[in-house]
Design a protein around this ligand. Structure first.
Ligand code: CAA
Length: 379
């Protein structure tokens, strides 16, 4: 098995790292503090051809592979987790389902502007009463002539306030359970589409999250994505890929915690020596480095499986579970290692600590990851 990054992957990493040093890191603290959507950076990311990384050039993508995508998200998250999730949710959750299940017409109309970064994408599955139990959704879609009429409410929708296209899941036949769910492409400005209030979050505060309300929301019949009843499968398959993105994000956060800890261990002097010369700190750093590396191997394996056309649902769940728990552990260690300064607002490790937690929750909680892994292993 060979899933190590190629020379080309390392070049991508280097160029994204340089990009982040120049444009992303300098505003990361401000983005977090003021919940500021980093619009100008997202535009620059689009100019770098990174808003549709693993989709073919004919649809406006960069034609790279999923490993490249994982590396880009990892490096963005290392600089600013908010920025990484804007790009991650846009790519994995909005572009992928259109690419995989859309008609040629839908791809030309919706995927191309998304890949070029002209439009931002979102994915609306979760409802107030349907989080982990996604199939319990109440949103309804009824065909009325040449239009579907959608009614319901979605919550915690990443990118919704800035989205030009939202992939919405709704029941077309309540009697059929998961087989009665369908997926729709809902463009911004559709009559009856209301973007609800912005929700202030503990971390990833520059990524905007809100409710999406559908009040007799009318969309053309041809905006059905895939076939009627295929929606739950579309959502699950989309989330399998999305979990590689969140795992990469978690990896980038964990790496940043390690970077900061190494730097501080060399700089901070106590008892007349840099704290990195004390064994207690060395062991902490050793554990951090080992766990970050292990997470990276799982993330790259999941990306490699995807690229090879192998099953990757279990691998993506393992990568997300391990990388997110690694991110939480490493950021906690990083705050501890920094002592009092690590608890002060404006310190990078304080932000990383808050940013890490969501990776254990969104795109499937750690508990769901264990369900998916157990399902794969016990099959
Ligand atoms: N690929 C293809 N099909 C799949 C699948 C997958 N990965 N997972 C399930 N299915 C199919 C099953 O095969 C089954 O089909 P059949 O009936 O033909 O056998 C059907 O879907 C139903 O599957 P389950 O019986 O397993 O469904 P369930 O209702 O028990 O749910 C679950 C299983 C794993 C808990 C699922 O509901 C789930 O993943 N929940 C978590 C939802 C989630 O991740 N939400 C995140 C929201 S998005 C987000 O967070 C975005 C953001 O902000 C960035």
């Amino acid at each position: 098995m060979d899933f190590k990054p190629t020379e080309e992957h390392e070049l991508i990493r280097q160029s994204v790292k340089e990009f982040c040093d120049k444009y992303v890191s300098p505003i990361a603290e401000e983005v977090d503090r003021y919940q500021r959507y980093p619009e100008e950076v997202i535009k620059k990311i689009a100019e770098q051809d990174l808003m549709g990384i693993y989709f073919p050039a004919e649809y406006g993508g960069a034609g790279a592979d999923v490993m490249s995508y994982a590396i880009v998200i990892e490096e963005l998250a290392r600089a600013c987790a908010s920025t990484s999730v804007v790009v991650g949710a846009h790519t994995s959750l909005a572009e992928y389902p259109i690419y995989k299940f859309g008609t040629e017409e839908q791809k030309k109309k919706y995927l191309s502007p998304l890949c070029k970064g002209e439009v931002i994408g979102a994915f609306a599955l979760t409802e107030p009463g349907a989080g982990t139990d996604a199939a319990a959704m109440k949103t309804l879609a009824v065909l009325d002539g040449n239009e579907y009429v959608l009614n319901g409410s979605k919550i915690f929708i990443t990118n919704a306030p800035v989205a030009g296209v939202i992939i919405v899941f709704a029941m077309t036949d309540k009697s059929k359970g998961t087989k009665g769910i369908s997926a729709f492409i809902v463009p911004a400005g559709s009559p009856g589409l209301v973007i609800g209030k912005h929700l202030e979050k503990m971390g990833i505060r520059g990524s905007l999250t809100s409710e999406v309300l559908l009040k007799d929301c009318r969309i053309p019949k041809e905006n059905l994505l895939g076939a009627e009843g295929q929606g739950f499968r579309i959502a699950m398959m989309t989330l399998d890929g999305g979990r590689i993105g969140i795992a990469s994000q978690a990896l980038g956060i964990a790496q940043a915690a390690l970077d900061e800890s190494i730097r501080y261990s060399k700089e901070r002097v106590q008892f007349g020596k840099p704290i990195g010369s004390f064994q207690a700190i060395q062991w902490m750093i050793a554990n951090m480095a080992m766990e970050v590396d292990a997470a990276r191997l799982l993330v790259y394996r999941a990306a490699w499986c995807y690229q090879q056309g192998l099953p990757y649902s279990t691998e993506a769940a393992m990568a997300k579970l391990f990388a997110s728990e690694t991110a939480v552990r490493q950021t906690e260690r990083a705050v501890q290692l920094h002592g009092g300064i690590g608890y002060i607002k404006g310190t990078k490790v304080e932000r990383l600590y808050r940013d890490a937690k969501i990776t254990e929750i969104y795109e499937g909680t750690s508990e769901v990851m264990r369900m998916v892994i157990a399902g794969g292993v016990l099959r």
